[in-house]
Ligand binder design. Structure first.
Ligand code: FAD
Length: 486
């Protein structure tokens, strides 16, 4: 904290109480480092308001004293969006104390929650009302609904239920001026002009602070059954996806692709997780059915699907889980890929999306380009094939110093992968957001028109650039593409 922040901190202390205004290093430390420990910032204070009125009052004080605010939920974001810059001039506003479930409306199939409620808590409250809250991701024990909305998080259920945007009906937001917008409407139809809700979702805290939301619930499935299939190529996986969708329709809730090298890495670092096939397959697909009838119904559907896929030569081998424990073991294979990668060492990560139909070509072309540029580099390709979302990660060649590899190749490999994504009309950030990690690349690959529109929205809603500056969009500055500068 510098002397110039003292009046702001004094005013916040009067408002929130001293125990909710953190300024000592040992108290602020966990809020200043991101989950991957890639970014470390400083802050004049970490502020912990208790409710919407206090959030609005804090933002009003920040407005008055010229202090920029970095909103933070569970701090599990993977793009550095919740970490302040190094200046020490920004304040982190944690939403953790806004942790109330305001109500469940079983007839409207909605739950109204405050922004700081942890995702797993929303899932369990929905379950106790015999409903499903359909957002699910590996950080669900720590991430918050406000963070999920602000990054428009994806996860494993997008194929059937959509991402967080599709699960949200209404928002309550504190604007950069400290006003409260009460848009907590549980409506499935509302065509009354510009959709402000959609503007705040995915804005990563750059336009205002989400304090509460009305989220959709679905009927809880009676049975969940998973299966694994071994295939020869990503092209076969696409044919298989089309066939699975014809057979299962809306019952198909998961379709995850895992390359042979991903499975080998899991086998190497987690030998207790057994790959169920005797032979390796170039690609393995994990499928999940969520059935409203019974376990037997789901299993029979899977058996018919696998039979036809094998008859037609699309699938080489398949196994349907026979118990909940085996289903979990299949998911463990999928969820241990990032952990196995971390055990293997440093790697270059990409969270990209292309049209589903382009996935096969994208993988083939990009693998060849990377192999030419960095012989021996090992591609760890896995992801939500049903959503066109791949984690296309590049591991250093065996035996090469990983730190040196990253220093030399991170920037050129990012450019090669993102050029490929761009050529396929894809997205350089499918589900993790831009934060501070990808803001320059986003400005580079978006058209001049799109960058200008984004800058205009930011300037209109937050003219003093006080909400999470430096994230998502470069402030009042042309993009880096040549035509943006012209
Ligand atoms: P934070 O990290 O605290 O914040 C994220 C961004 O949102 C920041 O820009 C912050 O300023 C802003 N923000 C937070 N709360 C608010 C608010 N109330 N109002 C305005 N802005 C706010 N993501 C996926 O999409 N799919 C996955 O499968 C997935 N798996 C993951 C697995 C692991 C192990 C980890 C660590 C992360 C994973 N993530 C995944 C990323 C992350 O969990 C999500 O992005 C999550 O939605 C972030 O929520 P959070 O509460 O931690 O937000």
């Amino acid at each position: 904290m510098t002397a110039s922040h003292a009046p702001f901190i004094a005013a916040c202390t009067e408002l929130l109480g001293a125990s909710h205004v953190l300024t000592h290093d040992h108290d602020t430390e966990p809020f200043l480092v991101d989950w991957r420990k890639r970014y470390r910032g400083n802050a004049c204070a970490v502020l912990l308001p208790a409710d919407t009125a206090e959030v609005a009052a804090v933002v009003g004080l920040a407005h008055e004293h010229g202090v920029a605010i970095v909103p933070q939920g569970g701090n599990t974001g993977l793009a550095g969006g919740a970490t302040p810059d190094e200046s020490g001039a920004q304040a982190v506003l944690s939403l953790r104390r806004l942790n109330r479930i305001r109500g469940i409306d079983p007839h409207n199939n909605t739950i109204t929650v405050e922004a700081g409620v942890v995702l797993a808590e929303v899932q369990s409250r929905a379950e106790s009302a015999q409903r499903l809250f359909a957002l699910s991701l590996a950080a669900e024990g720590s991430c918050t609904i406000g963070g999920n909305l602000s990054t428009n998080a994806g996860g494993t259920g997008v194929l059937r239920y959509g991402n967080t945007r599709e699960l949200c009906l209404g928002l309550e937001v504190v604007t950069p001026q400290g006003d409260i917008w009460d848009g907590l409407r549980g409506l499935r139809k509302d065509n009354t002009g510009y959709d402000l809700r959609d503007l705040y979702i995915g804005a990563e805290g750059t336009l205002g602070i989400i304090t509460a939301a009305v989220m959709k619930l679905h009927p809880a499935p009676v049975a969940r059954v998973t299966a694994l299939a071994g295939l020869a190529s990503p092209h076969a996986a696409l044919d298989f996806l089309a066939m699975a969708q014809r057979h299962a329709g809306a019952l198909l809730t998961g379709f995850e692709l895992m390359s042979d090298f991903s499975m080998r890495l899991v086998g190497r670092h987690f030998p207790q997780l057994r790959y169920p096939f005797g032979e390796p397959h170039a690609q393995t697909v994990l499928l999940e059915l969520s059935d409203s009838e019974s376990d037997e119904h789901a299993r029979a559907l899977f058996e018919r699907l696998m039979e036809q896929a094998m008859e037609e030569g699309i699938v080489e081998d398949a196994v349907v889980a026979e118990s909940l424990a085996q289903s979990q073991a299949f998911w463990d294979l999928r969820e241990h890929i990032p952990l196995a990668q971390a055990e293997e060492g440093l790697n270059i990560k990409h969270d990209i999306a292309v049209p589903i139909s382009s996935i096969g070509r994208f993988i083939e072309e990009t693998d060849a380009i990377i192999a030419r540029a960095t012989p021996g580099a090992r591609m760890v390709t896995f992801g939500h094939l049903g959503d066109g979302n791949l984690h296309y990660n590049v591991q250093a060649p065996e035996g090469v110093d990983q730190k040196q590899f990253l220093e030399a190749f991170q920037t050129p490999i990012n450019a090669l992968v993102y050029d490929q994504v761009h050529a396929h009309r894809g997205s350089i950030s499918a589900e993790h957001g831009l934060g501070q990690l990808k803001v320059d690349e986003a400005m580079h690959y978006k058209s001049a028109v799109e960058v200008r529109l984004m800058q205009s929205i930011k300037a209109a809603l937050d003219p003093e650039n006080r909400m999470n500056p430096g994230k998502v969009v470069r402030w009042a500055q042309a993009g880096t593409r040549k035509e943006n500068i012209a």
